[in-house]
Write a protein that binds this ligand. Structure first.
Ligand SMILES: Cc1cc2nc3c(=O)[nH]c(=O)nc-3n(C[C@H](O)[C@H](O)[C@H](O)COP(=O)(O)O)c2cc1C
Length: 352
């Protein structure tokens, strides 16, 4: 009642109405601060790898994955091998020790993946004679030989996988969607063959079938096709070292923030962008191309610099980069163990 009366009074007086709108907009923009503070405090609360004490299995899994993936990935890099992974291996051993000391499950996929990768890494150092002084090899060998928990797995190195063209040729075998997902892997070595624009357009057409909030379709794909542009872009990204320069094409997936109405939608560019990017990867894979997502976790200064260099509108949020190319006749890819399904699925229960 009062609201309607007030609205009527305001509508009757143009100056008052303008004043009302001005105040309302100011209050709305002040409200944005609440959203920002919410983001900042959540990041502060949850995204902080501090002390090792009191770590839950999930927290230890995240750390293990972060470090042992460096070992898996290092074994799959193209070109002449140099010594790698010494620091990561030490972290993995420290984290595995913590895992075992806490008595966490030894049939856990990530725990086993870490042991598997450590063993494969040690074998790789020995086979390729990368560890000149032998100190890392010795440390890892000693660690692997130490008694494990009674029900710990037998040690066998199953990573990385060696894939041949026939393993990944989806089009030829008319495989199922399940198989398309299985053969999609992050490739970090590409054949020196250019990628045709028609193939990219087709993958983008498939990606455009992805769902997006209210079908707003905020995503765009920018192509870094020539080596100079690719290298300039990749110089701002930290995860492509050792292989980025083998990618004939790098895609930048962006989402236009102007498609979203206020801070309550602040995560939507990344949600829609992630779904779009996944479909894009599968669209590429279905046509015989391979890819590797490249994170865009950069400092604001780098983000701004890339917007400036490539004339991107400030409203385009960079979601990720994707290295794309054709596979070589044979390529090594990390096995990248997945968690058990029962660790991922949880029944919701009302607790408060
Ligand atoms: C958003 C995103 C960012 C990623 N960034 C990088 C990166 O910077 N460098 C890299 O080598 N791999 C990167 N990856 C690839 C992951 O390491 C890979 O997807 C994961 O280990 C699982 O392996 P798979 O893709 O072979 O199944 C990224 C993946 C995603 C989804």
């Amino acid at each position: 009642m009062i609201k309607r009366w007030l609205k009527g009074r305001l509508a009757a007086n143009e100056r008052l109405f303008e004043h009302y709108w001005h105040v309302k907009l100011k209050l709305r923009s002040a409200r944005k601060l609440v959203y920002h503070w919410y983001d900042i405090s959540r990041v502060g609360r949850h995204m902080f790898w501090g002390r090792m004490q009191g770590q839950t299995p999930t927290q230890l899994q995240a750390r293990l994955l972060f470090y042992y993936h460096k070992l898996e990935k290092g074994m799959c890099m193209p070109g002449a091998k140099r010594m790698f992974g010494a620091e990561a291996a030490d972290h993995v051993m420290r984290l595995l020790t913590a895992w075992e000391a806490k008595g966490f499950a030894t049939d856990d996929a990530i725990y086993r993946g870490a042991l598997d990768s450590l063993l494969a890494y040690r074998d790789c150092l020995v086979a390729l004679k990368l560890d000149q002084q032998g100190a890392v090899t010795q440390r890892v060998t000693r660690f692997l030989a130490a008694p494990r928990l009674p029900d710990a797995p037998d040690l066998t190195a199953t990573t990385p996988l060696r894939l041949s063209l026939s393993d990944i040729d989806f089009a030829r075998h008319r495989q199922s969607l399940d198989e398309l997902y299985r053969i999609r892997r992050s490739f970090r070595d590409f054949a020196p063959r250019p990628v045709e624009r028609t193939v990219i357009d087709e993958a983008v057409r498939i990606a455009q079938l992805s769902p997006s909030a209210c079908n707003r379709q905020p995503c765009r794909v920018h192509l870094a096709e020539d080596p100079a542009t690719r290298d300039r872009l990749l110089a701002y990204q930290n995860g492509n070292r050792g292989f980025g320069d083998t990618a004939p094409l790098v895609l930048m997936v962006t989402a236009d923030m102007r498609g979203f109405f206020d801070a309550s939608e602040r995560n939507q560019p990344y949600v829609d962008g992630g779904l779009f990017a996944m479909s894009l990867l599968l669209g590429l894979q279905a046509q015989g191309l391979v890819s590797c997502c490249l994170n865009w976790c950069v400092a604001p200064a780098s983000d701004k610099a890339v917007h400036r260099h490539f004339g991107l509108d400030d409203a385009e949020a960079i979601v990720m980069l994707i290295a794309v190319g054709y596979p070589k006749p044979e390529t090594l890819v990390p096995l990248s163990h997945r968690k058990h399904v029962h660790d991922v699925v949880r029944r919701l229960e009302t607790v408060a």
